[in-house]
Design a protein around this ligand. Structure first.
Ligand code: AN7
Length: 344
């Protein structure tokens, strides 16, 4: 667990940790010129956590608490990153881990993680939302601990990201931009910022969330029965922390945008091509929402500081990066002239 913050988190037990957290906050001036001209844009590169996503912050806390409580088995439903993270921390604690994933909708790097860390992987012919309903029922009826973000320890651990942003900037940013799926992360950031405001006197940012257009229940105000998006991590139609996300958005005077897959993939491409920062498609939804809000005149970027949370590493979803691109990579004769022929 992010040891420096341990005393500020409501979690009991000897830490089950992979030394998560302490991720870099990277200044991205070229991306800022594209997304929020006149403003400063920094990205919190959460893909550099041990299993490649922000989920490790909450998972170290949830598994620490589960082990302390004497649990032998943990379970989660997942679009992929929660599963990989739960699998790793359960392995570290010697607990059994079961993960439910929607068949065919989990990116390769996430599935690889869950398998490598030794979880029991169960695919369901259904959505993430079906999976979450099932694991709630299973954890109610059987002695199995639920480690989705409805578990309060998850949110405790995830708050550390807000503390780190404040530490790095010496104050809260004006805006915090992030993707919204099951809405655990946006809820946790808000709790973290509010706690830091009380305990250390930092201000609080306005929150700016992005939901994929085909999976935007909170923006639309109703459950989406069959969510669809290329950003499979946030392919969620009935978020568990819907109410908390609404509250956080209202309390922070925030905004929540619906961004199309095209807008998400554009932001995803700009991040890696303009700044050398490779995230998975879902992670770019916060940047896409920022650009959209600026283009629509709803956010005035001049002189403002924006932090965009990049929730997962680009290598989680190699298929998204190479889709349609491999055919254009020529195979040449291994000669000087052939190679120079395409460089010049
Ligand atoms: C890369 O792994 O829900 O709004 O089961 O993997 O806190 O759900 C993942 C979510 C954003 C959305 N970016 O965060 C799961 C899962 C990435 C993610 C989100 C997820 P929440």
């Amino acid at each position: 667990m992010v040891t420096a913050f341990r005393s500020r988190l409501k979690v009991e037990g000897e830490a089950v940790t992979l030394l998560e957290g302490n991720t870099p906050l990277i200044d991205c001036p070229r991306l800022a010129a594209w997304a929020c001209p006149g403003g400063t844009l920094l990205v919190k590169y959460e893909g550099l956590n041990p299993t490649g996503s922000f989920k490790d912050r909450g998972m170290t806390a949830a598994i620490t608490q589960a082990a302390h409580d004497g649990s032998r088995t943990v379970i989660c439903a997942s679009t992929g990153n929660t599963a990989a993270s739960a699998a790793a921390y359960a392995a570290r604690a010697g607990l059994r881990c079961v993960v439910l994933i929607p068949e065919g909708k989990v990116a390769m790097g996430k599935l690889a993680g869950s398998i490598a860390y030794g979880a029991q992987v169960v695919q369901i012919d259904g959505s993430f939302d079906d999976g979450l309903r099932l694991v709630r029922e299973i954890s109610d009826k059987a002695p199995i601990t639920l480690v989705n973000s409805v578990n309060p320890a998850r949110v405790e651990g995830q708050k550390t990201a807000a503390f780190e942003v404040n530490d790095a900037l010496g104050q809260a940013p004006d805006w915090l931009c992030l993707p919204v799926g099951n809405a655990g992360n946006i809820s946790a950031y808000w709790l973290g910022f509010v706690q830091d405001a009380l305990e250390r006197g930092f201000g609080t940012p306005q929150l700016l969330g992005g939901q994929a257009a085909g999976s935007a229940p909170i923006v639309l105000g109703h459950v989406v029965e069959e969510p669809e998006t290329l950003a499979t991590a946030i392919r969620i139609g009935n978020p568990a922390r819907w109410f908390q996300a609404k509250e956080a958005l209202a309390d922070s005077d925030g905004q929540l945008w619906r961004v199309s897959d095209t807008e998400i993939m554009e932001a995803y491409g700009q991040l890696s091509r303009l700044e050398g920062v490779f995230c998975e498609p879902s992670s770019a939804a916060g940047v896409a929402a920022l650009r959209k809000s600026v283009l629509n005149g709803e956010v005035e970027p001049e002189g403002k500081t924006f932090v965009a949370v990049l929730t997962g590493h680009g290598l989680k979803d190699p298929d998204a990066a190479i889709a349609g691109q491999t055919d254009s990579i020529a195979v040449l004769a291994p000669t000087y002239d052939a190679i120079m022929g395409v460089i010049e």
